[in-house]
Write a protein that binds this ligand. Structure first.
Ligand code: MTE
Length: 168
């Protein structure tokens, strides 16, 4: 599908960012990459590393049935405050493990620390939710890895396509 613009939301998860103590350069890096794609950034928010706030924002966006994809950035590691995967799991209906598997597999070619990512992905209703890591470099790298499959995933989820037998 080439004539469609998909609606995407970015949720930055960062204690310091939400308090204005750190500039959110990760979402900026993601926006730069998305400019060349069929995805337009329709919504953006930044929340602290709090389960309930993350989950509520994800639910609220997904349940409006307008946003096709939510990308979170941050909070996927092993830090004491990192709860983005748990918040995501609490709101999704269907796991789509391939996105996180691909990100870890390809990112391992860049840094062995990729194995520290606990990112998850899944669908809530018609909306795909995917965790990306928090640093601008890591977020950009991981977005580049999942982008080739993203529009097809949305098409299938929204039943615009039932055919998976396509060339990349
Ligand atoms: N993936 C890529 N492609 N590049 C990276 O630099 N950093 C890793 C990992 N994934 C990294 C990456 C590191 S150091 C951590 S701790 C985890 O992502 C989790 O990051 P987060 O806590 O900022 O979400």
């Amino acid at each position: 599908m080439t004539d469609t613009t998909y609606k995407l939301a970015i949720l930055t998860v960062s204690d310091k960012g939400s308090r204005g103590e750190r500039t959110d350069t990760s979402s900026e890096a993601m926006r730069e990459l998305l400019v060349q794609t069929d995805f337009s950034v329709y919504a953006y928010d930044i929340v602290p590393d709090e389960m309930e706030l993350i989950a509520n924002r994800l639910k609220n966006w997904a349940d409006r049935d307008v946003i096709d994809v939510i990308l979170t950035t941050g909070g996927t590691g092993l830090g004491p405050r990192d709860v983005t995967p748990e918040a995501t799991l609490s709101v999704i209906d269907k796991l789509t493990p391939g996105f996180a598997e691909a990100m870890r597999m390809e990112s391992m070619k860049i840094t062995s620390r990729a194995m520290l990512s606990r990112a998850v992905a899944g669908a809530r209703k018609n909306c795909l939710i995917i965790n990306l890591p928090g640093s601008p470099k890591a977020a950009r790298e991981c977005l580049g890895i999942i982008l080739p499959a993203l529009s097809h995933a949305v098409d299938i989820l929204r039943s615009h396509s039932a055919e998976c037998a396509v060339n990349d």
